[in-house]
Write a protein that binds this ligand. Structure first.
Ligand SMILES: C[S@@+](CC[C@H](N)C(=O)[O-])C[C@H]1O[C@@H](n2cnc3c(N)ncnc32)[C@H](O)[C@@H]1O
Length: 361
């Protein structure tokens, strides 16, 4: 780190310089990224572009190939980089990385542990958030993935980050050896079986420290939540998912985009209690059958309360059914007297609206 320029900030502003990554976008929105070098030529199937055209030009310039094709030139943002960098393991998407930074309260100077490092996408956001004076220990048990993560991080920050350490191994073994008890502020787990590390996390976390798990399926989420509650050293977990829907902006045709990423993963957070203290029991009567011991079938498990069903008396049900029969009889006699012309008209007016159909805008 230089005295006043934080790691990763040097290549983020000012005119383009040799060594900068530049994202080129053509008129159809297609992206390609080049690393600027004096005298070099970028070859596209629609002509050639001299890197020297870009060197010293301001960000946001438009350059042309020798055949006149235009490209908009900008430095890639962290989110652009994370989605286009080489991947071994699946990466955490920018929408989830953003949630993780805020909801796990990753602060400048924080001591953070992450596992597994995978391709290093979340690592980039964590390092950005803790800055040069924090510390991030990333643990990855696969050497090939660890190599990819290191390559991506060093490529993004144009060299090693002073706050980062990447360790090969299993978190449950690495953490007790590398972190003194109660010394870690935040732990982020992105792996298949995060519940296997609860002991190591409880030991390493400082009182009040945040543990965040990112899991892909509801069964993982349930297992993690139940194991945390049974452990007793953590607060009641919170869980959520986020959905981000892009919008199409074209004149007056301003509407949600037809396609979106439907599911990435679930997030769960909990906090470390002070040693020897157990959280007050939350006063909430679970629905009979909500805890699967032994596993009931869905038919056996009474989840009516969780599913928002209310108890309704037999008397009320008889009255409702009588009322429905009366309305059905009234509808039949009305339809015989008056065919539903207005309904036919309304269908023709609206046309088809299949999901995904490209409507004329
Ligand atoms: C989905 S990937 C993580 C992706 C990463 N967060 C990113 O954004 O690029 C899950 C990784 O966890 C690693 N892993 C699974 N269990 C682990 C454990 N107990 N200790 C360390 N790494 C583990 C796997 O090898 C895999 O690379």
């Amino acid at each position: 780190m230089s005295q006043d320029i934080p790691t990763g900030a040097r290549g983020r502003r000012g005119p383009f310089r040799p060594g900068d990554k530049v994202q080129l976008t053509d008129a159809k929105g297609r992206l390609s990224t080049i690393v600027l070098a004096e005298g070099k030529i970028y070859h596209t199937h629609r002509g050639t572009l001299a890197h020297d055209e870009l060197i010293d030009a301001p960000e946001g310039s438009v350059v042309r190939t020798n055949s006149g094709v235009e490209y908009l030139a900008l430095r890639p943002l962290l989110s652009d980089y994370a989605l286009s960098m080489p991947r071994g393991a699946a990466v955490i998407y920018p929408k989830d990385a953003a949630q993780i930074i805020t909801m796990a309260d990753i602060f400048p100077g924080a001591r953070v542990v992450e596992a597994g490092a995978g391709s290093g996408a979340l690592t980039l956001s964590l390092l950005r958030a803790i800055g040069d004076h924090g510390s991030l220990l990333s643990v990855e048990r696969r050497e090939d993935f660890a190599d990819i993560a290191r390559g991506n991080v060093e490529d993004f920050f144009s060299g090693p980050h002073p706050a980062w350490e990447l360790t090969l191994g299993d978190l449950a073994e690495v953490l007790p050896a590398r972190a003194a008890p109660g010394s870690v502020d935040r732990i982020v787990l992105d792996m298949l079986a995060p519940w296997e590390n609860l002991d190591a996390c409880a030991e390493a976390l400082a009182p009040g420290g945040v543990l965040l798990a990112y899991v892909a399926t509801a069964t993982q989420l349930s297992r993690m939540a139940e194991d945390l509650k049974a452990d007793g050293r953590f607060t009641e977990p919170d869980a959520w998912e986020s959905m981000v829907r892009g919008w199409h902006l074209e004149g007056l045709a301003v509407r949600p985009q037809h396609r979106m990423v439907g599911h990435t993963g679930f997030l769960l957070t909990t906090r470390r209690m002070a040693p020897g203290v157990t959280a007050p029991i939350r006063r909430r009567r679970p629905a009979p059958g909500a805890h699967a011991e032994p596993s009931p079938t869905f038919e056996e498990a009474d989840l009516s309360a969780d599913l928002g069903e209310r108890h309704v008396s037999q008397k009320k049900l008889r009255r409702l059914r009588k009322e429905q029969a009366r309305r059905a009889a009234a509808r039949t006699s009305n339809q015989q007297a008056d065919p539903p012309a207005s309904r036919k008209g309304s269908v023709e007016e609206r046309g088809t609206d299949e999901p995904g159909a490209d409507r004329p805008d």
